[in-house]
Design a protein around this ligand. Structure first.
Ligand code: ADP
Ligand code: MG
Length: 357
C-alpha cells in the first residue's frame, strides 16, 4: 500500500518537474532528460579565472581553451582520478548542465536528479555532489555508483542472485565492479584509463622520437590508431610536435606498433587489476562471471583488440557493451523511470560510504 502511494507520488511529481540523469565522468559528462533522451554530452571541464575566481567557460568551450589559455585562465576538471577535486567547480558544472538541460522546458518544480559517481568515492565527496546538485536547483538528488549504473544501462540482470561484471574504462579512472542482487559485491577504482594512455604516448614520443607532443595530440593519435594486438595491416599516423634537439617544429610518421609499445605496460597493469578483483571475489560469483562474461564500457572499450586481449589474459570472455560511452547515463535514465524499484540500489545516506584508498 505504502509502495503504491509512493509510486503514485513519484508519477505525479514527474508531471511537474524535469527528471534528469547525469553521468559525471572524469572526461565527459552526459545528461539525460526524461522524455527527451541524451541532450548533453560535453567534456567535464570548467575554465576559471584564477584572479577573480570566476567561471569563464564550461564544457566543450572550456576544452577548446586547453593549452591555449593565458596564465590567469585555468582549465579545471571537477573529477580527477575518481575524486571530486573541487566543490566550487563541481557546483558550477552541475548548475550549468542542469540549467542547460531544462532551458526552454521549465516546469513548476525543481528537477529530480540521478547522478552517477565513481565507485569508492568518499562520504565527503558524495555530500559535495549532493549539495552541488541541490545548489543547482535539484529538488531531489539520488546518487548511484557508476559500475552499478553502467550495469543497469546495459541491461545486465542486476537483481538476480548471479554475478555480472563490468569494466568501465574512462578518462581518469577505470571502474571494475561485480554486481549481484542489486548491489556491488566487489569493486575497484584504478587510475589506469584513457588519460594514462595519452601520457604514455607523450612519454614514448619524447623518449623514442625526441619529439614533444601535447596531450590533445596524443589523444587524437590514440583514438586514430591505438590497438593492443597487431591487425592485418600496419596503420600509420602523422605526428606534429616540437623537436627536442633543434627546438623547431617537426613531423614524423608513426605506426600502430609504436603505440602498442607505448601503452603496453599500462594495459598489462589493467589486466593485473582485473585479476586482483577476480582473486578477491567469492567462487560462486566467479563461476557466474565465467558464464556471463565481463562487459566493457567507457571510451577505453573502443581500443582495438582490447576485448580479445583481455579474454586471453584472464580466461573469461570479455565483450564490449552496446554503445559503451553512454552505458552510465542510460542507467540513470532507467533509474529515473523506475525510481521506486531502484531505491535500494541508490546510495541511501552519506554515512553509508566508507572512505577507501
Ligand atoms: P569518463 O567516464 O571518465 O568521463 P569516458 O567513458 O567518456 O570517460 O571515456 C573517455 C576516454 O575514452 C578518453 O580518455 C578518450 O580518449 C577515450 N576514448 C574515446 N574514444 C576512444 C577510442 N575510439 N579509442 C580509444 N580511446 C577512446
Ligand atoms: Mg564514465
Amino acid at each position: 500500500m505504502f509502495t503504491a502511494l509512493r509510486r503514485f507520488k513519484d508519477k505525479v511529481l514527474g508531471w511537474f518537474s524535469n527528471d534528469i540523469g547525469i553521468d559525471l565522468g572524469t572526461a565527459n559528462t552526459l545528461v539525460y532528460v526524461k522524455g527527451r533522451g541524451i541532450v548533453i554530452s560535453e567534456p567535464s571541464i570548467v575554465a576559471m579565472n584564477t584572479k577573480t575566481g570566476q567561471v569563464v567557460a564550461v564544457g566543450q568551450v572550456a576544452k577548446d581553451m586547453l593549452g591555449r589559455t593565458p596564465p590567469h585562465i585555468q582549465a579545471v576538471q571537477p573529477v580527477v582520478d575518481g575524486v571530486i577535486s573541487d566543490f566550487e567547480v563541481t557546483s558550477e558544472l552541475l548548475s550549468y548542465l542542469i540549467n542547460k538541460a531544462q532551458a526552454g522546458h521549465t516546469k513548476l518544480l525543481g528537477p529530480r536528479v540521478v547522478v552517477g559517481v565513481p565507485s569508492g568515492i568518499t562520504s565527503v565527496e558524495v555530500r559535495a555532489v549532493r549539495d552541488a546538485a541541490k545548489a543547482a536547483g535539484a529538488r531531489e538528488v539520488h546518487i548511484i555508483e557508476e559500475p552499478l549504473a553502467a550495469a543497469i544501462g546495459i541491461e545486465l540482470p542486476i537483481w538476480e542472485p548471479t554475478g555480472s561484471m563490468i569494466l568501465d574504462i574512462g578518462g581518469g579512472t577505470t571502474d571494475i565492479g561485480i554486481v549481484s542482487l542489486g548491489g556491488l559485491v566487489n569493486s575497484r577504482n584504478v587510475r589506469i584509463a584513457g588519460d594514462k594512455l595519452n601520457a604514455d604516448i607523450v612519454a614514448h614520443m619524447r623518449n623514442e622520437f625526441k619529439i614533444l607532443v601535447g596531450e590533445k595530440t596524443a589523444e587524437e593519435i590514440k583514438i586514430a590508431i591505438a590497438s593492443v594486438a597487431p591487425g592485418r595491416e600496419r596503420i600509420e599516423a602523422i605526428v606534429r610536435g616540437r623537436d627536442l634537439v633543434s627546438g623547431l617544429p617537426r613531423e614524423i610518421v608513426i605506426s600502430d606498433q609504436d603505440i602498442r609499445n607505448a601503452i603496453g605496460h599500462s594495459i598489462e597493469e589493467l589486466v593485473d587489476s582485473l585479476k586482483e578483483v577476480l582473486e578477491t571475489t567469492p567462487p560462486e560469483i566467479i563461476s557466474d562471471v565465467m558464464q556471463s562474461g565481463v562487459h566493457l564500457a567507457g571510451g577505453g572499450a573502443l581500443i582495438r583488440g582490447l576485448p580479445e586481449h583481455l579474454t586471453r589474459s584472464i580466461g573469461i570472455p570479455v565483450v564490449v557493451a552496446n554503445d559503451p560511452l553512454t552505458a552510465v547515463v542510460r542507467g540513470t535514465s532507467v533509474i529515473l523511470d523506475n525510481l521506486d524499484l531502484y531505491r535500494e540500489a541508490l546510495l541511501k545516506s552519506d554515512e553509508e560510504l566508507v572512505p577507501t584508498e
